[in-house]
Design a protein around this ligand. Structure first.
Ligand SMILES: NC(=O)c1ccc[n+]([C@@H]2O[C@H](COP(=O)([O-])OP(=O)(O)OC[C@H]3O[C@@H](n4cnc5c(N)ncnc54)[C@H](O)[C@@H]3O)[C@@H](O)[C@H]2O)c1
Ligand SMILES: [Fe+2]
Length: 390
C-alpha cells in the first residue's frame, strides 16, 4: 500500500555511485581512474588507522597513485579540527579526498571538501546551518572529488549530502554541505566493520534505524522510497542482533551496511526528525555517542507521533516483527532491539545529568530537524520526551 498524500514538489537526491560488498575497497583505484585523480588525501579515523591504513592505500600504491594520510579526526568533529584538516589538505597537494572511518571522519572529509573549494581564509563555521540546503556552497567544479569509505554501518554519511559539524562555542551541531557534497563514490566494504566493538556495532545500527524510521514518517517522505525504506528497517531488525553478537558474520555485516546506505539515501531527500534534534544535544551536552542518543530517543518520539501516522507505524512494526498487528508495537520493538543489543534505554543509565534537560530542550528546538515531523514540537514537548526516558 502507498501513501495517499503526494508532496507537491520533492527531491530524489541519490548518490552518484555505490560499490558494496566484501573486497569493495580494492576498487578504489578504479574510482581514481574514473575521476582522473592522482594523489589522495586519506582522512582516516585514528582508531582504525593502525589496522586499516594499509588496506586502503596498498591497492592505490600498487596502481601508481600517491597518498597522504591524515588522522586528526575526533568523534563529533568540530570547527577547529575541520578547518585544520582543510589546511593540511591544501598543503598536501592532493587532488582527491578519501574519507575512511565512521560518520565523524566522513563528515570531516565533507567539510574539507567544501573548504577546498572556498576562499583559503574561510572557516567551516561559515558554511554550517540548521538548513544546509539553503546555504550557498562552492561550485561543484571548485571542489575536489571525494570517495567515502565507511567503517561503521550507521550514519549513511557515505551517501548523504551533509557533514555534521559541532560549533564548540555554541555547543550546537550544524550541517555543512548540500546536494553538491554527496560523495562522488561510496565504497561500502562490510569487512571493514569486523573490528567494531559490540557497543559501537549496536549504537551505529540503531542510528541507521532512526534514519529509516524518521525519513519514513517525515512530512517530506516520498512514496517511491517507501518499499526501499521498509527493506532497510527489515534488514536492521533481522541482522543487528547477529552483527552485534558475531562481529565476523559477513551476511549480517553486509546487510547492516546495506541498511545504513539505504538510511542515508532516505534522509538525503526526506531528512530526519525530532529524534535527531533531541539526540544532537545529548552528544554536545553529555558527550553521548550519536547512535546511542538516537536509539534512546527513538521510542519516546515514536510514541509521541504514533497518532499522526498509525498506518505507517503499523508497517514499521511489521517490518520489525511480521506478526505485529498494532502500530504501538513499533516503539516496543525498537526498545526490545536496544535491550537485546545490550544498549541502555534510559538517559540516567547513560550518564546524563537531569539538570541539563531544560537547556537541551531549548537547544533541540533551535536544531530545526523536528520540523520534518508530522506534529510540531515546542520546548515543553522536547523536555517531556527527555524525561520520558530519563
Ligand atoms: N552526515 C550524515 O548524514 C550523518 C548522519 C548521522 C550521523 N552523523 C554524524 O556521524 C557521527 C557519528 O559517526 P559514527 O556513529 O559512525 O561514529 P564515529 O565516526 O564517531 O566513530 C566512533 C568510534 O568508532 C571507532 N571506529 C570506527 N570504525 C571502526 C572499526 N571498523 N573498528 C573499530 N573501531 C571503529 C572510531 O575510532 C571512534 O572511536 C556524529 O558526529 C553524527 O552527528 C552524520
Ligand atoms: Fe543519525
Amino acid at each position: 500500500m502507498t501513501s495517499a498524500k503526494i508532496p507537491v514538489m520533492y527531491n530524489y537526491d541519490w548518490p552518484g555511485r555505490v560499490k558494496i560488498g566484501a573486497g569493495a575497497v580494492n576498487t578504489l583505484p578504479d574510482y581514481m581512474a574514473l575521476f582522473g585523480g592522482k594523489h589522495a588525501f586519506v582522512l582516516i579515523d585514528p582508531g582504525v588507522r593502525p589496522f586499516m591504513l594499509d588496506t586502503i592505500t596498498a591497492p592505490l600504491h600498487a596502481a601508481g597513485y600517491t597518498t597522504t594520510p591524515y588522522d586528526k579526526v575526533i568523534p563529533n568533529p568540530d570547527v577547529p579540527h575541520t578547518d585544520a584538516a582543510a589546511a593540511a589538505y591544501r598543503e598536501s597537494g592532493a587532488d582527491v579526498i578519501i574519507g575512511v572511518g565512521g560518520g565523524s571522519a566522513l563528515d570531516m572529509g565533507k567539510g574539507v571538501r567544501v573548504l577546498a573549494g572556498a576562499d583559503p581564509a574561510a572557516s567551516s563555521r561559515q558554511y554550517m546551518s540548521s538548513n544546509p540546503d539553503a546555504k550557498p556552497m562552492p561550485a561543484i567544479r571548485d571542489m575536489p572529488e571525494m570517495f567515502a569509505v565507511p567503517t561503521t554501518a550507521g550514519t549513511g554519511s557515505e551517501v548523504t549530502p551533509w557533514g555534521v559539524i559541532t560549533d564548540p562555542e555554541t555547543h550546537r551541531k550544524g550541517g555543512i554541505g548540500g546536494v553538491s557534497v554527496i560523495p562522488s563514490a561510496a565504497i561500502c566494504d562490510p569487512e571493514l566493520t569486523y573490528g567494531l566493538p559490540n557497543f559501537l556495532t549496536a549504537a551505529t545500527g540503531v542510528d541507521t534505524l532512526s534514519h529509516l524510521i524518521e525519513a519514513y514518517i517525515s512530512i517530506y517522505a516520498i512514496p517511491t522510497m517507501e518499499e526501499m525504506i521498509l527493506r532497510g528497517i527489515r534488514l536492521v531488525g533481522e541482522n543487528l542482533r547477529q552483527a552485534t553478537a558475531e562481529p565476523h558474520d559477513l551476511t549480517a555485516r553486509h546487510h547492516m551496511m546495506e541498511a545504513a546506505m539505504l538510511g542515508g539515501i532516505a534522509i538525503s531527500s526526506s531528512y530526519v526528525g525530532s529524534c535527531h534534534s533531541l539526540a544532537h544535544q545529548l552528544s554536545t551536552f553529555a558527550d553521548m555517542h550519536h547512535g546511542l542518543a538516537c536509539g534512546i530517543m527513538l521510542p519516546p518520539q515514536m510514541n509521541y507521533l504514533l497518532s499522526a501516522a498509525p498506518e505507517k507505524y503499523l508497517r514499521i512494526a511489521q517490518a520489525l516483527n511480521p506478526r505485529a498487528t498494532d502500530a504501538a508495537e513499533a516503539p516496543q520493538a525498537v526498545h526490545q532491539l536496544l535491550v537485546d543489543c545490550g544498549l541502555p534505554t534510559k538517559l540516567s543509565d547513560a550518564g546524563v545529568n537531569e539538570e541539563v534537560i531544560d537547556t537541551m530542550a531549548d537547544n533541540a528546538i533551535i536544531d530545526g530537524n523536528w520540523m520534518c515531523d508530522p506534529i510540531a514540537a515546542d520546548e515543553a514537548k522536547m523536555a517531556e520526551l527527555y524525561r520520558a526516558v530519563y
